[in-house]
Design a protein. Sequence first.
Lengths: 474, 513
Amino acid sequence: MNQLLTDTLNIAPIAGTIVLSLIVIMINALKKKPFQAEYWVSVLGIAANIALAVWTFPVRGTAFEGMVLTGGFASLTSVIFLVSAGITIILSRDYIEKIGLAHGEFYHLILMATVGMMTFAAGTDLVVTFIGLELMSVSLYALAGFSRRVAKANEAALKYFLLGAFASGFFLYGIALIYGMTGSTNLLVIAQNIAAYKAEPLFLVGAGLLLVGFAFKVGAVPFHMWVPDVYEGSPTMVSAFMSTGAKASAFAALLLVFTATFDFDHASMNTVLAILAVASMLVGNIVAIAQSNVKRMLAYSSIAHAGYMLIGITAGGEVSMAGVLFYLISYVFTNLGAFGIISMIENAEQQGTDLENFRGLYYRRPLHAVLMGVFMFSLIGIPPLAGFFGKYYIFIAAIEKGYTWLTIVGVVTSMISVYYYLRVVVLMFFQTSEETTRPAVAIDGTVALLISAFGVLIVGLFPSIVLDWMGGLF
Amino acid sequence: MIPHVLNYILFLPLIGAAAVLLARRSENAVRWTGLIFSLLTFVLSLELFFGYDPQNPAMQFVEKMSWIPSLNVSYHLGLDGISMLLVVLSTFLTPIVLISSWKSIEKQVAPYVALMLVLETAMIGVFASLDTFLFYVFWELILIPMYFIIGIWGGKDRIYATVKFFIFTMVGSLLMLIAIIWLGYYASTQPGGVFTTDLLLLMDIAPTIPLDIQSWMFAAFALSFLIKVPAFPLHTWLPDAHVQAPTGGSVILAGVLLKMGTYGLIRFNLQLFPEASLEYASVLSVLGVVGIIYGALVSMVQKDVKKLVAYSSVSHMGFILLGIFGVTVSGMQGGLIQMLNHGLSTGALFLIVGMIYDRRHTRMIEEFGGLARQIPVFSTFFMIVTLSSIGLPGLNGFVGEFLILIGSFESTVLGSIWYVVFAATGVVFAAVYMLWMYQRMVFGVSRNPENEKLVDLSAREIGLLLPIVLFIFWIGVYPGTFLSKSESTVQRVVEKLEQVQKGEAITTTVPKP
């Protein structure tokens, strides 16, 4: 009993978020007046859970008989997901009120997805990992179709569900094969004899199937087909949540399973990873040029960014793990901000999310245009913004491991990406539109955007703040 | 001596930019705030000029603070004779640019002034950085304000021009980033080495890289710098950017930004990769000579005077390239003084073109004529600056070109007089295109009745041209003031290359602080 209590305390952020999500759904069921209690409870609860995650940071180890990580890596990733969820919730309030679906379920689903993400990224047993994956995915399927009267949202939800279920199948089959080979699903047990397993074809096939599941969740080419349609059809902030939280948790789990446990130096596996990375960078960046919808453009951009992070996974080693984790943090702030602005403009002006809607934005809403500019430049990777340092760190890891050619592909595709990110800036600042009205935007949303921009700047200017946290994590 | 003066100089403009944004309600307050901050920065930078000790081989005014300890990245600033002069050039031109835009920038004044000040910080940072990571940060930071200055306040085709400028520069600098990382990694593979971005350490380590890899590193850095210079055939972004940029943007672009390229070649290519530098010196010198002649020929046929000045930059920068890669003391000194000259003369030419454009809203040479009678003061300044750009003895341009030609003539690295022969034709061409342009615009009869209404320069306009003209004469008559500051630094750079050329061990290292 005592052990149970200690273990529960050690995974406080996960436990706390479960409790929070239950409280939110209970409030929703019991309340009479249409008051946004769920919103405030969620936001404050997330803040409390971030505090819990920081509090459990020093407790490094595992809980529940080696089923789940505690402290360290798990705490740090929990903070990432909670920040992502918090900013998503703040920026969604306005949206779900406007479409008349201001129900507590929305917050509940976001919180449940967050629990899934934390579990996915902390599982040290493949079964726990899978439970996390499914909890996250099922919540996201529902969220994708949340604006249920919009045809595109339904399409997005169905597509995401069908393809996602298929990918889960691959994942599960991979677990089964690995279990067949090693006799265990526990990563710690597998790690003990990993050198012997790595030569076995059956193990490689199992790992390959796992990789398919991961590649689907991170949106790497050729498993990316769902990304543009789902991002376009889902409510904008849900797309933001998928592209940051869900992607971050898939990458965190990928780091845990592949880089930390399997630690492939196997040429064939590294070739596969390198191909995924190169294909994602190329396809993502080139196809993004042709997009006229900002959400679709950012969807392809997120495919490309998955490619950059896959460079780190390919290279492997501790520097890569730190690099990928840093990249995730910078990407979460940047992309939440970018999607957040799209969502605000979409809500306030009711004009859709085409690039054209950004024409002359600077002359209507200077603050929002400047913030969007910051996020775009961070996505390009201009110093001293966070996006730059993320790339820098991953490139260091890759060059140290002898993957200089991958970094060259990385920078060449970055050059391509300059074009489409700049197009947004050009439209906002260098062109004017007839649109002169500027309906008010939500204050809390603007505050969330400022927090994101602040994060992008601080993490970029003083990367040591984050690097110190990651020191000795692996 | 003011302690930490370089820190103040670096961040004062940035603080000024913040102050400008706070004062954005009143346009006059914005202009004055910007001007005061840039003047303060200039006054402080005089401390650099007078406090610099040419006898001391170490970096001076050094600032060092750990920034990212786990990667050995530090905030490390310092100046030698070369970078000190360029920092002062930057702080000198910024207030002039702000005064020049006093009337011509009417919309969005606060962002304009703020961006100019951010640009100033970035320029100083580029010249003062002694850490490759820090250098890269400033190098890229330059892009953002310039991108907006051309894009918001530029001419009709500004968007095409500014995107082209941005993409060209990005292409070069991203490959340089890989080279920077690779250098740090190479340092970590040395016995007892760690990953580092400290430029002074790398200057000792990098020359030991085997030539085949050194060549790749050299190419990655050189590509980035040659785009910025810009050297033929990478120059195509320059005419577009110059023509579309507002006057202030053109002045900074020509006056300082192009020098970042030639500065980078001296600081990084020559000092980090001496062996590769010697190997490819002739290639880069040929590019320089081609640029000299090509730029001059294209200038000759321009109808738009701003475009003419833009292409003349290609020609002048070709001279600098030739001076640097002759690897002689006089050539490199000439290249350095030519960097200052080009900043002053071409900066002044852009200012003058801007002044006439403000009055007539055209820059076509054929629209003018007979300006000497209408606006004599303007024509006089125009004359002095034109002659300085041609290289008339007694004015600044002559000193630089003369030293460069002597240097290439003496050069054992180039070992051929044909470089000088071809480059010297550039001097002749320069006289042709500049004087012909001047004659068509200023002498003869007016070809458009609009010219009759022109008013001569205002006190503000005279005031901003006078300091430039002062230095045009100063450098022309007594260049020693400036050459003596950089001589010992240039000597050490050349000596290091000569040692490598002779196959001796390198003994010239910059003392570490």
